[in-house]
Design a binder for this molecule. Structure first.
Ligand SMILES: Nc1ncnc2c1ncn2[C@@H]1O[C@H](COP(=O)(O)OP(=O)(O)OP(=O)(O)O)[C@@H](O)[C@H]1O
Ligand SMILES: [Mg+2]
Length: 260
């Protein structure tokens, strides 16, 4: 299968010297982050440090919050500044898909949930929709479980299946980047494990950026880790390196749980 993202020496996401404010209050300070193609990057750090805010900057989801804006620096996706005047938000969100903490399937059939993004983009041909639904469900490791129930309502699925369906929906339009904000925090350990297993598989086709509170999860699923504290990116590097040999005292005390 052709990867959705072209492997290229240019990072797929580049955040350069970005400050981000909610009204008068600055939530992110001078963030610099480069995300490589086909890697899983984890964003970790204490509650309120700005993980979700940073994640939402990458597909301009924060635009929905009144008074929220980037006040310095820039965000590039595949080399293109996402705040340029000619950027189409629908296209950007097709390119940078998102999965939320709480699964949010539509009260429609399993098939229509996965086909949704294609329909929004005007695809009507049944063979194309069928193929995209199958491919999305396969990539989310759901095809075998659900192939005989495609017309059933998605709200009848288990919590873990619903979250994987949301992943299938997000990837059906072949985004370059998949943003995941604590996708497992509402799931039991078995459903969590299924999603963790999926993560490496997803990275073969997409680039994944995941926010997680669970340190073991970050170690298990990510290639790179960014540690944030009070709106600043304190340390970024290979996950193995960050967890075994952090450069910054702050990272070390957070990972040891001796954070004050
Ligand atoms: N919609 C908003 N309006 C105003 N301030 C906000 C808004 N969303 C977040 N903030 C503030 O921005 C800062 C970063 O919040 P954010 O939600 O990004 O943190 P987080 O690291 O994701 O936290 P958590 O781990 O609890 O989800 C916090 O001080 C928060 O209060
Ligand atoms: Mg958050």
């Amino acid at each position: 299968m052709t990867p959705a993202s072209d492997p290229s020496p240019t990072p797929v996401v580049q955040v350069r010297g970005m400050d981000f404010c909610y009204g008068a209050s600055t939530a992110l300070f001078d963030i610099n982050l480069q995300v490589e193609y086909h890697r899983v990057t984890a964003l970790i750090g204490p509650s309120g440090c700005g993980k979700s805010t940073l994640l939402r900057c990458i597909n301009r989801m924060n635009d929905r919050v009144s008074g929220a804006r980037v006040t310095k620096g820039e965000v590039l996706v595949k080399g293109k500044n996402i705040h340029d005047d000619d950027v189409d938000l629908t296209q950007l969100r097709k390119q940078v898909g998102m999965v939320f903490q709480k699964s949010n399937p539509f009260p429609k059939s399993i098939y229509e949930n996965v086909a949704y993004g294609l329909r929004v983009h005007g695809v009507k041909a049944k063979d194309i929709l069928d193929e995209a639904v199958e491919r999305g469900l396969r990539s989310a490791a759901l095809w075998d479980e659900l192939k005989d129930r495609l017309n059933q309502n998605a709200l009848g699925l288990s919590g873990g299946q619903q979250q994987r369906l949301c992943i299938a929906r997000a990837i059906a339009t072949r985004p370059d980047v998949l943003l995941m904000d604590e996708p497992c925090s509402a799931l039991d350990p078995i459903a969590t494990l299924k999603i963790e297993e999926l993560m490496h598989q997803l990275a073969r086709e997409f680039t994944v950026i995941i926010v997680t509170h669970n340190m073991q999860q970050a170690v298990r699923v990510s290639d790179f880790t960014a540690f944030l504290h009070l709106g600043k990116l304190i340390e970024f590097g290979e996950t193995e390196e960050i967890f075994s040999n952090p450069r910054e005292k702050l990272t070390e005390s957070y990972l040891r749980g001796t954070f004050s």
